[in-house]
Design a protein around this ligand. Structure first.
Ligand code: DI6
Ligand code: FE
Length: 408
């Protein structure tokens, strides 16, 4: 039996599709998980739908996409945050054995079900805001078994919840104590053993690396990118967050999907990102929580025509938050994005940062029937409200989501 044809009518569509960005008096036809038609209601094909949903003239956007999260982890680091409020620096805490390694100890001690149970509420919070696609990184295991454990939990969350999960291997997040002083050997172990093993288990959709003075060099990152390319896996990079090491220039030469953070990037990186089609992913919650001072070069990115995305960076250390709407608000106020740029950054451009722009992230025929109905007078409210969620209804794969307590 073919899936039922559904009509979603009486809507104001913010499509995030450059060909027709806003459609007043709009309508969509969906069949199963796909959009079959989008346009002005009076121009719709006259096929008889099995279901008709009147959206009451509400604004509708594509499902939100959170393209950069470390959502799977155990425990938290509130104690370190309290220390930072008393003046200790992120680096001091890391050098004293805290920071990422503190979470690594907690993740290594946790079972898959414990990791799942601790991560699920964070995912539910994001789904409640209309997130229908999310990227989840490993990076707190730092052994083959524990990195694979994290990625299995990410996959399990995608099966248990109404969300599309893209899983990213970030074993090159920090150097584990077992490889102290032997960073090159650690990178080679990931490249030669861990990556092929986890890719063979279909746990990896992309490979990421933390390219920083306190993490891995450009050369080590490039070694990892070569191994990913050999397995036809796309790459991305935590780049220029705390210093400029030249990571972005290397990543764009290798056509990385995205370079993320970018506080220490400049005009040269902006031009490189634009010409390579590598997405600049902005992470304002980490900027805010670390009380950083230097901002990503948004004006240069805009002038160069680089594609900009916005994500939550949900993680226990630098961005302990599970709100993409808050991140959109911060991206406008702290980084100077316009309301339109913030919405595109959490939809179409976020899809591009995950290599799935042809599948989801805008309302267009052939793309995923993932969309959100909002209680707003205009979509600029999505980066306006703080701590207030104007989501009315989430539709994922053409089905109204009643979980978590989503009511139409
Ligand atoms: N950059 C960050 O801000 C996070 N990781 C990274 O590569 C920090 C992660 C943590 O502190 O747990
Ligand atoms: Fe991150």
């Amino acid at each position: 039996m073919p899936a039922a044809l559904k009509l979603w009518r009486n809507a104001r569509l913010a499509t995030c599709d450059a060909r027709a960005p806003v459609i007043e008096d709009g309508a969509m036809l969906t069949r199963g998980g796909r959009i079959e038609w989008v346009g002005a209601e009076d121009a719709r094909p006259r096929t008889e739908p099995a279901e008709v949903h009147d959206l009451g003239g509400a604004w509708v956007t594509p499902g939100l996409i959170d393209c950069h999260t470390h959502l799977v982890f155990a425990g938290n680091r509130a104690n370190e945050y309290a220390e930072r409020l008393r003046g200790k620096s992120y680096e001091e805490i890391a050098r004293a054995g805290g920071g990422i390694m503190s979470t690594v100890r907690a993740v290594r001690a946790a079972s898959e079900s414990q990791l799942f149970d601790e991560s699920a509420p964070r995912l539910a919070a994001l789904l409640g805001e209309g997130v229908t696609t999310i990227e989840i990184k490993s990076g707190y295991g730092l052994t083959l078994a524990d990195e694979a454990k994290m990625l299995r939990v990410a996959r399990a969350l995608g099966r248990a919840f109404p969300v599309t999960v893209r899983a990213t291997l970030l074993a090159a997040h920090t150097l584990p104590p077992e490889y102290s002083g032997r960073a090159d050997e650690y990178i080679d172990t990931i490249a030669r053993e861990w990556l092929p093993s986890m890719a063979g288990e279909e746990l990896v959709d992309a490979v990421d690396v933390f390219c920083e003075r306190i993490a891995f060099t450009v050369a080590q990152a490039e070694r990892l990118f070569e191994a990913a390319a050999a397995l036809k896996l796309p790459v991305k990079m935590h780049a220029e967050q705390l210093a400029n090491l030249g990571g972005t220039l290397m990543a764009t030469r290798r056509h990385a999907l995205s370079c993320d953070h970018l506080e220490f990037a400049g005009a040269e990186e902006a031009r490189a990102l634009a010409s390579a089609g590598t997405v600049a992913v902005l992470l304002p919650v980490a900027f805010y929580c670390l009380a950083e001072e230097r901002k990503p070069p948004v004006a240069a990115l805009r002038a160069a025509g680089a594609t900009m995305a916005v994500a939550s960076d949900c993680n226990p250390g630098s961005a302990p938050g599970a709100s993409l709407l808050l991140s959109m608000s911060m991206a406008t106020r702290l980084f100077g994005l316009t309301a339109e740029e913030a919405l595109l950054g959490a939809t179409r451009n976020a899809a591009q940062a995950l290599g799935i722009a042809g599948e989801r992230g805008s309302l267009a025929a052939g793309l995923a029937a993932d969309f959100v109905v909002w209680n707003v007078r205009g979509v600029e409210e999505l980066s306006y409200w703080i701590g207030f969620n104007p989501r009315r209804t989430v539709v994922r794969a053409g089905e109204v989501q009643r979980w978590p307590t989503l009511t139409p």
